[in-house]
Design a protein around this ligand. Structure first.
Ligand code: ADP
Length: 271
């Protein structure tokens, strides 16, 4: 019945009711479209690692490839991709249907950034990437009310991207600034950069700039969609600037005090 609309000629109560009804119907149609699109995207994303896993198994069975450590590690990477995809999808999905309620607890943002840098340091060292990150002096920590798990996820995704899209030997700078009302975190890399044409779309789910080069880095195109949802849930924002071949800067702004209730919900998707 989603195609049905109420036609009306008056602007009295009935007319206003009809307007509200039509707006609801439009919203439902939008959600239906979004769901269909997401299902198609997910099917597509699942197919790639599964196809690759099947080729490995078939090659082992036919004796074309030896199931040695190297090939098993490659197979394992595809399994990891599926596992990452499943957890990203779960978080993104609950965020988008508005069911992701966030905890509101005091969170030390600098401690989160230090933790993420520490967790990524084996990868960063392997690629010889230098990270500039100076946590504030004791007594000047930046604390805001938010959800520590989700904020960790947000910065993990951004710093992991800075690493993924940097050449070996590159550098990443992380800067934390506090103003009276909000805090700003900037993550700057000197990596491959993002083409101008792709820049407006990178926060859309499953969007990957320049498919061929992205394929090599083994991502899902969900990371930044989740970053945006988490920033929005905290009544904050995220923006990107980039120059192809020179690097990218992602800027996250989070209010120190959030308005409204303890539990925060996202508005329903409009698309
Ligand atoms: P992915 O899993 O592909 O990394 P994301 O949603 O995290 O997905 O990012 C979407 C796309 O934006 C990436 O495929 C990549 O093309 C581009 N991108 C994101 N971060 C960077 C960065 N720091 N440098 C260059 N390109 C980036």
């Amino acid at each position: 019945h989603l195609e049905e609309r109420v036609s009306f000629a008056t602007d009295d109560e009935i007319g206003r009711l009809a307007t509200a009804f039509n707006a609801m119907a439009d919203n439902l149609k939008g959600q239906e479209r979004l769901r269909k699109q997401m299902t198609a995207d997910i099917a597509h994303e699942l197919r790639t690692p599964l196809t690759s896993m099947r080729s490995f198994v078939e090659a082992f069975q036919d004796g074309v490839l030896p199931p040695d450590a190297e090939n098993l590690a490659a197979l394992n990477e595809e399994i990891d991709r599926l596992v990452d995809l499943a957890s990203d999808l779960k978080d993104l999905n609950v965020a988008e249907i508005g069911a992701l309620t966030i905890n509101s607890e005091p969170v030390a943002l600098d401690a989160i950034l230090s933790k993420v840098v520490r967790n990524l340091s084996p990868l960063l060292q392997e690629k010889e990437i230098t990270v500039t990150w100076e946590p504030p002096e004791p007594g000047h920590e930046v604390t805001l009310n938010g959800d520590s798990r989700l904020l960790t996820r947000l910065f993990y995704n951004l710093i992991q991207n800075a690493y993924k899209y940097s050449e070996a030997g590159g550098s990443i700078a992380i800067r934390l600034q506090k103003s009276p009302d909000f805090v700003q975190v900037q993550i700057r890399d000197c990596g491959i950069g993002i083409p101008d044409a792709d820049l407006p779309n990178i926060f859309e789910r499953f969007y990957r700039a320049d498919k061929s080069r992205s394929r090599e880095t083994g991502g899902t195109g969900i990371g930044l969609a989740l970053v945006k949802q988490i920033a929005t849930l905290h009544q904050g924002s995220v923006a990107a600037e980039s120059k192809l071949g020179q690097g990218s800067t992602f800027t996250v702004r989070l209010p120190l005090e959030r308005q409204g209730t303890k539990k925060q919900r996202l508005p329903l998707p409009q698309s």
